[in-house]
Write a new protein. Sequence first.
Length: 112
Amino acid sequence: MAEQATDTQPEVPAELPRQQTETVELDSPIQRGKTPITEIHVRKPKSGALRGVALTDVLQMDVAALTKVLPRITEPALTEAEIRDMDPADLVQLGGVVAGFLLPRKARESND
């Protein structure tokens, strides 16, 4: 009886897709205890991070919507109090990044 040849090479796990992030350098650093926070890393939100807010509010950079969403997608994780106390220019930067993540790829590419 002839034996069948088997492939004995181990299966290499596929790489997990990297989560899309952008870094925002703050004009006015946030003071957390003794540590100043000078930049925020923003992850592209999944649908769950957008629960409880209207997408149109996020796209329009509504302050209340951003106050709910940003703590879920920032590193270091911002608190709602920190967001409410944030320099408006920094909030606009962060809101622009979040709104940009929600645009379809074709719309983002046409803006480049």
